[in-house]
Design a binder for this molecule. Sequence first.
Ligand SMILES: [Zn+2]
Length: 329
Amino acid sequence: MPKIAVYAGHGGSDYGAVANGVYEKNINLAISNALSDILRQRGYTVLNNRTTDVDRNITQDARKANNWGADALIEIHMNSNESTPGNGTEMLYSIKDTGRGRQLAQASLNAITALGFTDRGIRTQINEEGQDEFGILRLTNMPAVLAETAFINNASDLRKLNVYDAAEAYASAVQRVFPISGSSPPPPPPSGGGGNSGGGSGTRGIQSTLNTRYGLGLTVDGIVGPKTRDGIVRGMQTELNRQYGNTLTVDGVFGPASRSAAVNVSSGARGNITYLIQAALYLKGYTVTPDGVFGSQTEAAVKSFQRSAGLATDGIAGPATQTALFRNW
Ligand SMILES: [Zn+2]
């Protein structure tokens, strides 16, 4: 299993950039924790420099990743500048890199910019001694990326930023460059906006089930695109109408009316609503078999998703969890 160091920039007394009362260290940590959860769900071994708001030491963090034998490292940051706010995403990699750090930088850039951020490119940055400017790139010996996700001092970038989506994007980049080899391929990574070709029987199975149950006419191609995602929400709206006598418009948009009609789904539940929650988790890359039975695997996937989304980790897929699950696909 690939070993990935997922680091959060700054922390504790080092706030990183601060703009409009938002601290860079907190956003970095939220993305880093969500990304770590997703990668672990998909079978990676993950090393963190911090999982809470504590001081970090770059030299020690670099040594930790080296000693651990990380196959790759990604350190999450937010960009900032003085004067007129910049905008968009850029990725830094080491001048020592032999190829895969650059690839991870490019894949990360592609995935984050697919969420709607401006493409500022990938680059190296050297100091006066001709070494990497940034310690984590200078002091580590594996492919490494310092990710400047977006500009914290740009209100538009900040509005656009969804921690969970960014984590998903970084996870898909890691999977692209450091895939898990072996007999059971990971579920298809969720798209960073452009759709992706999962192709697994799992996704086809979901499309086919949605067609049978809800007459959606989806193309059964294994590709997780907007129609498939909307199809799951349409299915949920249909079930809420059929089973609970609601009169929701079946439009594939999980808005306030759907949210207030949503029911708590938890361990022991069975049926089509459980299936739809499982299907959404599956398409987002969580390890769960959509079978309509809410067992321990489903509960673990719900908890992991809740943690990534910053929700209470109770394993119950209620209205808040479903809203997070069905929104911003
Ligand atoms: Zn930073």
